[in-house]
Design a protein around this ligand. Structure first.
Ligand code: CA
Length: 236
């Protein structure tokens, strides 16, 4: 761990909130870069070494969910803590992204904000994900995601998957043992989650299990957590 200060990217268009957040973080010896639009945030993400993003949901040129989604598609793995104006958005926030993320509902206390930031950084999702990525890349359990060819290899053999099956497998393999609810899987995998049905997820899971079995793997690799959802367990 180097000694450079924690570098936070604050994406927030409201000047008074921005100023208060910057003062609070700087008093914690953190460094803050600020963006008032999604476009500015994109530029900073690409050019700066950022440790965590505080991301407002309502931005002038985009919204935080879309921005987050686009970064994840580009394999940006920074912890992202959403700042949401309405608690009704919280379900979407929670369902939206991978482990380590959190959210604050406005108005929030600056003290709580700092505590959440420290908690998210302590959980070090980047380290966990890196380990998971390496495990997947090294073919633990014989399954490897090939992002370039958009396919999954089982013991070196390509698995024939539909688009959504591939996206499900990719998510599972990148985050082994993590339990996803059906709603979370829809948010991650389906382009229009609102129009998909939860039983669509079940149908795809069933297909994936059948394909795992065809390739000599245990279908128990995809575990059902009753009342919760599914996880991928490479040890099964
Ligand atoms: Ca805003």
């Amino acid at each position: 761990m180097d000694n450079r200060p924690i570098h936070i990217l604050l994406v927030e268009d409201e000047p008074s909130l921005r100023d208060n957040v910057i003062i609070a973080l700087e008093s914690e010896a953190m460094r803050v870069s600020w963006a008032g639009t999604g476009m500015e945030a994109d530029l900073l993400i690409a050019s700066e070494k950022i440790d965590l993003v505080l991301l407002d949901v309502g931005l002038p040129d985009t919204n935080g969910f879309e921005l987050c989604r686009s970064w994840r598609m580009k394999q940006v793995k920074l912890p992202i803590l959403f700042l949401t104006a309405r608690s009704s958005e919280v379900d979407r926030v929670v369902g939206l992204e991978i482990g380590g993320d959190d959210y604050l509902v406005k108005p929030f206390s600056l003290r709580e904000m700092v505590a959440r930031i420290r908690a998210v950084l302590r959980r070090a999702p980047m380290a966990v994900e890196k380990a998971n990525d390496e495990a997947a890349a090294n073919g633990v359990s014989g399954l490897v995601v090939d992002d370039v060819r958009m396919c999954v290899l089982i013991d070196g053999h390509g698995m024939e998957l539909t688009r959504y099956e591939f996206r499900l497998m990719r998510l599972f393999l990148k985050n082994p043992s993590r339990v996803y609810s059906r709603g979370q899987l829809m948010d991650h995998v389906w382009e229009e989650p609102d129009s998909a049905l939860e039983r669509t997820v079940d149908a795809h899971i069933k297909q994936l299990r059948a394909k795992l079995r065809e390739h000599g793997k245990s279908e128990e690799m995809i575990r059902t957590h009753r009342g919760l959802g599914y996880s991928f367990d490479p040890q099964s």
